[in-house]
Write a protein that binds this ligand. Sequence first.
Ligand code: NAI
Ligand SMILES: O=C(O)/C=C/C=C(\O)C(=O)O
Length: 480
Amino acid sequence: MLHLLNYIGGQLVAPHAGRYLDNPEPATGQVFSRIPDSDAHDVQQAVAAAEAALPAWRLLPAEERGRLLVRISELIERDLERLAQAESQDNGKPVSLARAVDIPRAASNFAFFGTAAQHFASETHFQEGVALNYTVRHPLGVVGCISPWNLPLYLFTWKIAPALAAGCCVVAKPSEITPYTAFLLSELCIEAGLPAGVLNIVHGTGPGAGQPIIEHPAIKAISFTGGTKTGEHIARTAAPMFKKLSLELGGKNPNLIFADCDLDEAVRTSLRSSFANQGQICLCGSRILVERSIYEPFKERFLAGVAGLTVGDPQRAESRQGALVSEAHLQKVMSYIELAQQEGGRLLAGGQRVQLEGRCAGGYFLQPTVFEGLAPDCRTNREEIFGPVVTLAPFDTEEEALTWANGTEYGLAATIWTRDLNRAHRVAHALHSGIVWINTWLHRDLRTPFGGMKNSGVGREGGVEALRFFTEPQSITVKL
Ligand SMILES: NC(=O)C1=CN([C@@H]2O[C@H](COP(=O)(O)OP(=O)(O)OC[C@H]3O[C@@H](n4cnc5c(N)ncnc54)[C@H](O)[C@@H]3O)[C@@H](O)[C@H]2O)C=CC1
Ligand SMILES: O=C(O)/C=C/C=C(\O)C(=O)O
């Protein structure tokens, strides 16, 4: 049995209380590793290590910090296959997805911010003959990074890399549901020569290890990705302590398909935006709104595509859908399938748990599921399901499509399919959504601001936004 360890002060260490949690493999339901069930004592040790490392790390030239981050990126690339296998085993996602998306992106996160640190500049405001005003951006200090289970290493590194690049020291907690690649990352950080205490990784549950991080007075900022309810709880705890907050939360994203779109491309990409990672990406388009004149042709092609999405062992190359992350999450998603039926939805595809044979007999598999006939304001169309479940609905006018699209408390991402660029821009501007993709989905340029409006979050990640988040601006004025 694999025993994971915390990474504190540059060492791999057991939790001080000696307690561990079982970690099952979603594809089999069998426990394959045990992870530290850390508590406030472990977090205190991690904070102390980060505080001790901070004076030297913040003064290290950006090129030196960047060099270390780029080295970590290279080690992730070197170990791509091992990390992809580990991510798939821990999360249930097809190993092909982890190999093509999760692990390359984790490497890019370190490479991007390793070099971005050297380009990060602050502003000067010059008043001719009067004054020179310049801004210094100081690293915030010790910061907390808390990440979810859906894109484990991808999102963990998306937070850690900019924090380190900005000169902060980090206490990070990956999801207790998918801790494996964060543990492997700690080994790579040691190999890369990251100074002790600069990054500390504490494993454990939200209440056990996360709560002491968000409550710790020495932690100056929290960067969090996860459920909206957890984000609300973190804000309630940390905001009165005047911590800076970056909250990347849930979504209920609309996918708007106009009659003049490239239908083949819209169908192909909508299959991905609906079901990639078993629909467990906050950016997935779970409400597909189709202009009435092409509703039936779209539906026919989309359902044909859904029928071809093989649910199977994540290790097999032909599996397009792996396992959901846990039995509890599978039950939650299935409760929404039941709800959709109670709300009058017509089941067009899926709806059933999948029972595989052999190695995966105990796994958490679900058919990709499609409903139609649900009102815009029903719970199925308003609440985040975070699984392979989408709804289809026709619309008649652009206004109606926008009313549907904007009619939830979320505002993370939206997709528009049309060949009319005037309409594309008009609709994009009218959407209450932090991210809008036109004729594409999940196209990511790491320089762009990333995050949501309304209950989808607070603040933006990515590029200079992230470097600004992890720094404190100081304005200095010199009289001329
Ligand atoms: N990126 C996203 O949009 C995500 C959304 N979700 C949504 O949230 C729902 C619940 O999923 P969970 O796994 O429970 O997500 P969660 O929001 O509870 O977990 C995310 C992270 O927060 C930590 N956490 C939980 N409670 C905490 C606390 N009191 N203090 C500090 N850290 C804490 C967890 O340990 C984990 O590392 C999902 O069904 C899905 O709808 C879940 C994961 C990612
Ligand atoms: O940064 C990205 O490219 C994607 C982020 C996705 C999430 O934050 C999520 O699914 O939670």
